[in-house]
Design a protein around this ligand. Structure first.
Ligand code: PLP
Length: 376
């Protein structure tokens, strides 16, 4: 058995090497490095994959996507933006960078996501936007969140960096891909994400043609016509070589999700009866594409479990060890002593096991047996 890795991009590449190498060489030989056919091709492919009249605007990375989304909404300094305190820093960073006020809220202890009730309780007359994060690979309960946003006249920007490909089911039974439900969806193609480039890349989605146009303009220096600048924009482009690679990998995205779901099912079956562990819950109206498989370890044993696994050669990660409001850079956005109970608990209890598309049965059995032996 090969060494167990947290993420194995090399083996994944080896299985599609011929296709990827040919696509990359084609870009190099064509000389169409900026906004060439590879970018247009990937954009069209992703639009088709996402369905529901969604426009895709590619950009340089997921953090840029979030920043451009908030810029496109025309928010003003001091406007409040609601986001979970239990997320990757990028979500808060762009809010702070634009002079907006991050309002950090708690999450559900089972799904790790914000709930409609939590979001609603944080709405004030200054609230202009909500950024629900579809954490670890499943959707927030977005239909009621969209309803309350519409009642209050608030924008919803989905941070879908971790959940590309997941399906959300509405009350009437129809399904939609995560990221296409909010007014704007943002995603990242960071190499270890479910659809990963071989470098940085990202995209925004929207089904609102006015927003789509504004996003396109902002991502391109605020220019509609070359050398005429109507807005202060940014330079955020998807690299053509990355687009060529993503175009190939998009064809495998559903198979990649299945491989992750198979690994998650093996973890579930193997760890179900271990007292002291809480398995990741599934949002009842979302599929789960398992960007991460994240357990909660009770009784203060999380750190000891991680050390034990490391000694046995099994990597694991803590996503996330510190709530946003306790980060040096963001503590100023919360009142002194501000704490959210579930976020605090999760930062103490969570551990993510190896999760990628190349986990063999033997590897999964080894990981399960090792985790169990810690508790035996
Ligand atoms: C990865 C990630 C981002 C940022 O994406 P980059 O492409 O690394 O800029 C934003 N939000 C969440 C939740 C992420 O996981």
């Amino acid at each position: 058995m090969q060494n167990i890795q947290m993420v194995d991009l090399k083996t994944q590449y080896a299985r599609i090497q011929e296709e990827v190498d040919a696509a990359v060489l084609e870009v190099i030989r064509s000389g169409a490095f900026i906004n060439g056919p590879a970018v247009k091709g990937f954009q069209a492919g992703l639009e088709q994959y996402l369905g529901s009249a969604t426009s895709v605007i590619p950009c340089a990375n997921g953090t840029d996507a979030l920043q451009i989304a908030l810029m496109a909404l025309g928010l003003k300094p001091g406007d409040e933006v609601i986001l979970p305190a239990f997320t990757y820093v990028a979500t808060a960073e762009v809010i702070a960078l634009l002079g907006l006020k991050p309002v950090m809220v708690d999450v559900d202890p089972h799904t790790f996501n914000v709930t409609p009730a939590i979001v609603e309780a944080a709405i004030t007359p200054q609230t202009r936007a909500i950024v629900p994060v579809n954490l670890f690979g499943q959707s927030c309960d977005l239909e009621p969140i969209m309803e309350l946003a519409s009642r209050h006249g608030i924008w919803v920007v989905e941070d879908n960096a971790q959940a590309i490909g997941a399906d959300y089911t509405f009350a009437d039974g129809h399904t939609q891909k995560t990221g296409t439900i909010g007014h704007i969806g943002c995603t990242s193609f960071y190499p270890s994400k479910n659809l990963g480039a071989f470098g940085d890349a990202g995209a925004l989605y929207t089904s609102d043609p006015t927003l789509a146009e504004r996003i396109r303009v902002i991502a391109n220096h605020g220019q509609q016509k070359t050398y005429y600048h109507d807005f202060v924009g940014v330079n955020s482009r998807l690299d053509s070589i990355q687009a060529a690679i993503l175009g190939i990998k998009l064809r495998h995205l559903d198979a990649y999700a299945e491989a992750r779901q198979t690994a998650a099912a093996a973890y579930d079956a193997g760890l179900m009866e271990v007292p002291g562990l809480v398995l990741p819950a599934r949002q009842h109206n979302s599929t789960h594409v398992f960007h991460q498989y994240t357990l909660r370890v009770r009784n203060g044993q999380r750190d000891a479990l991680q050390v034990f696994l490391r000694e046995k050669g099994i990597p694991s990660m803590i996503y996330y060890p510190v709530p946003l409001y306790k980060q040096e850079a963001y503590s100023g956005f919360a009142a002194p002593g501000f704490e959210l109970p579930v976020t605090e608990q999760l930062c103490r209890e969570v551990i993510s096991l190896p999760m990628h598309t190349e986990l063999s049965r033997e590897m999964l059995d080894t990981i399960v047996a090792t985790v169990k032996s810690f508790f035996a």
